[in-house]
Design a protein around this ligand. Structure first.
Ligand code: ADP
Ligand code: MG
Length: 738
């Protein structure tokens, strides 16, 4: 508003001022553009750069039912693009109008647009090329003894077609591209060579059209840069084009939906697994056999990878989606690079969940996998450009927090949290030894999955869980829908027509306890890359406990208690390691923890408390009580407690404000500015991440696993874990009365 006003004043001043040098301008005359100029402008849109010409030519060859297509390129395509195929060729009598605009053999009426199976339909590509380059076509049709060659400029033949010798099919040469568009040619010459883009294009085409052989090489080069052979197996094509290292790390994905009233499609493809690590995502996407781009789908897939396989978060993905032709609008982009789909959001969402499922189940079926937790390294290498995933979260989360917003914790963290306490240590032998034992344990598990769980004490504990199970609650847990978090501890869930508040801390604690029993002696491992000294961790926990109680000093006593607990746990290392995958190395460092739920890493800030609890609260003498005690301690440690940092989305925000005297006597506006500056941004984003990740885990890890595994004990019906807050029937009655 203010801007408009001021610019108006300036204009008026200019007009009123006798000193104004600029006389009022005559309206310019509107002229009709010359036909050739119009065509050249249009051509520049269709053929934006050499690679777009190659794409059009190769698509024409595919439309001509070719089984072999070869491309030769000189000077990044600016000097020469030559595409030869063995397709059905072009008839002599069609040659005169071949390169006129809007001449096509693929479309006759508008309605045909919606039932096209060919790549081309607008009859613009060849014409466009003749406006911005010199085009020569050589072609022979079936049954002819010789072919014809003719050159074109600005849409018309330069001479009558000349008879010539020809091999089956068509060869099109495009020379001196953009010879008459100086600016375009200059920018292209300065920019990176298009040859790489052309190789990329043909690689993509080659893996989808695996019934056609493709080759691409630089003019004069002996060796082709893309060379694919016809193969019935898509995976073979991928192997021959992208290499063994890609092909060996791929998994098949498929999803289809046939909902006659709405969303009908099927997708099949290959996606990379956790061993495939690359710098850039490659998404090779075909929709109804058309090579297209779809940034929304790409983003959706990247999010899933970042959340489930942070270390392999730049996947290789090939997908072919087919849907009814009338559901795709192919005519929205001049180079047909993008298409628009009916029900795009639903389709993307379905594909996203399928990819997620596939990645998760691949993780589940692995025989062993170590999740490295490298928290210290993460604090040391906090340059903004490196992969922005906090390794602490490895193996889990977060859709809510975009990966690029995950912030590493600062090693000089004033809150004195665990990350500040632990010191980096180099990897050494014990790590290897311990991985060996993981391998051994998982091999043992494969051979005889029941072997160790046969311990009668563990079976009794599991039987105890089963017998305490409340059938009504079980039904509720199995079929409830997560609605959202009502506060820091309670989630709102719906079951049939009832709404419940469910205590996620209690629920997760119980679930972790039960899973510890069920996975007894068969845990995958979370490997701590920087083993942490037990005694110091326990000491830290003791100090925190005292701080809470308001006691202080007596450090000597605390140190002695810590030593005793450390010694006790050291005595139990073998048992803790074999049965619970809790490894304490010979130097008294904690080096490994068990995976209780896949995709979930506990809050490392709670390690000290956990160790203290193991030392203090477990009854070691009796086997059954001991296993129960350790499982309960694990349950408590892995439970989804609210993060230690206060929730910044409520009153907790005050915690992140640095106290400052001066901000008090500021005016309203100034005060606000001051406030913002006073917020500890690093700590705040740590907290925001921690809370968002917890919520993600609750929704995507806790609830799905609860539905599968939790046997809710009867006590939960009365101890406030489940509280019914509303039932729709009753609400209905109330509304009826209103
Ligand atoms: P479109 O592909 O949209 O029809 P083009 O300008 O790309 O328009 O091609 C015009 C016509 O030329 C096509 O419809 C096709 O009949 C013919 N044509 C082009 N390239 C080939 C080829 N390699 N083999 C056979 N026919 C071709
Ligand atoms: Mg075409």
């Amino acid at each position: 508003m203010i801007d408009d006003g001021s610019s108006l004043t300036v204009e008026m001043e200019v007009e009123d001022s006798p000193a104004a040098a600029i006389a009022p301008r005559e309206p310019p005359k509107i002229q009709r553009l010359e036909e050739s100029v119009i065509n050249r402008i249009a051509a520049g849109e269709v053929i934006q750069r050499p690679v777009s010409a190659v794409k059009e030519l190769v698509e024409n060859s595919l439309d001509a039912d070719s089984s072999s297509i070869s491309v030769v390129v000189m000077d990044g395509g600016l000097k020469l693009i030559q595409v030869s195929d063995d397709g059905h060729g072009i008839r002599r009598e069609d040659l005169p109008i071949l390169c006129e605009r809007h001449t096509t053999s693929k479309l006759t009426k508008y309605e045909d647009l919606f039932s096209l199976s060919s790549m081309g339909f607008r009859g613009e590509a060849l014409a466009s090329m003749t406006y911005v380059a010199h085009v020569t076509v050589t072609s022979i049709t079936k049954g002819q003894i010789h072919g014809y060659r003719v050159s074109y400029r600005d849409g018309v033949m330069e001479h009558e077609p000349k008879a010539c010798a020809a091999v089956k099919g068509t060869q099109i040469m495009v020379e001196n591209l953009f010879y008459n568009m100086i600016a375009r040619r200059k920018t292209l010459q300065n920019s990176a060579d298009d040859y790489g883009k052309i190789v990329d294009l043909l690689s993509r085409m080659a893996i989808h059209h695996n019934n056609v052989s493709f080759s691409c090489r630089k003019h004069g080069a002996v060796k082709a840069d893309v060379h694919s052979v016809v193969s019935p197996s898509r995976l073979d094509s991928i192997r021959s084009v992208y290499g063994v290292s890609v092909a060996k790390n791929l998994m098949k994905v498929e999803v289809s939906s046939c909902d006659p009233s709405g969303c009908t499609f099927d997708m099949e493809g290959f996606i990379s697994n956790s061993n495939y690590v690359a710098k850039k995502t490659i998404l090779v996407l075909f929709i109804n056999d058309r090579l297209v781009e779809c940034s929304a789908l790409k983003r959706a897939i990247e999010i899933v990878y970042a959340a489930t396989l942070p270390k392999a978060s730049k996947p290789f993905v090939y997908m072919s989606i087919n849907l009814p032709r009338e559901h795709v609008d192919i005519n929205i982009h001049p180079t047909k690079k993008e298409v628009s789909l009916l029900n795009q959001e639903i389709i993307i969402e379905m594909i996203q969940s399928e990819v997620e499922l596939k990645l998760r189940s691949a993780n589940d079926t692995r025989t062993f996998q170590e999740q490295k937790v490298e928290y210290i390294q993460s604090t040391l290498t906090s340059s903004r450009s490196d992969p922005p995933v906090s390794p602490l979260l490895s193996g889990q989360k977060t859709q809510k927090v975009p990966v690029n917003k995950m912030v590493r914790t600062d090693s000089s963290d004033p809150a004195g949290r665990l990350h500040a306490f632990l010191q980096p240590k180099s990897h050494n032998l014990p790590d290897k030894v311990s991985s060996l034992s993981v391998v051994r344990s998982s091999v043992r598990q494969r051979r005889n999955p029941k072997e160790t769980a046969d311990l009668s004490s563990v079976q009794e504990l599991i039987a105890g869980v089963d017998s305490c199970c409340h059938p009504g609650l079980l039904e509720t847990v199995r079929n409830c829908t997560y609605v959202g978090m009502a506060d820091d501890v309670f989630a709102l869930v719906q079951y049939n027509t009832h709404l419940y508040l469910a205590n996620v801390v209690n629920l997760s604690k119980e679930l972790m306890y039960q899973q510890t029993l069920r996975r007894f002696a068969h845990f995958n491992a979370i490997q701590l890359s920087d083993p942490a000294p037990l005694s110091e961790l326990i000491l830290l926990a003791l100090k925190e406990e005292d701080l809470d109680l308001g006691n202080e000093n007596n450090d000597d006593l605390k140190e002695r208690i810590a030593e005793m607990n450390t010694d006790l746990l050291k005595e139990k290392t073998e048992m803790l390691d074999e049965y619970f995958s809790i490894n304490i190395d010979s130097n008294g460092n904690l080096s490994r923890l068990p995976v209780i739920l896949d995709q979930y890493t506990p809050d490392m800030d709670r390690v000290p408390e956990f160790l203290l609890c193991l030392g203090n609260d477990v009854e070691w003498e009796d086997e059954k009580t001991c296993f129960q005690g350790v499982s309960a301690a694990i349950g408590n440690f892995y439970a989804m407690h609210p993060p230690l940092l206060p929730n910044p989305s409520g009153d907790g925000i005050q915690f992140y404000t640095k106290r400052s005297e001066s901000s008090q006597d500021n005016t309203d506006l100034g005060g606000n500015v001051e406030m913002e500056e006073n917020i500890d941004q690093d700590l705040l984003s740590d907290a925001e991440n921690a809370w968002a990740q917890r919520e993600w885990s609750i929704q995507h890890v806790l609830f799905p696993s609860m539905r599968l595994f939790l046997k809710p004990p009867a006590a939960m019906a009365s101890n406030g874990t489940f509280v019914k807050v509303a039932s729709l029937e009753k609400l209905y009655k109330i509304f009826e009365r209103c």
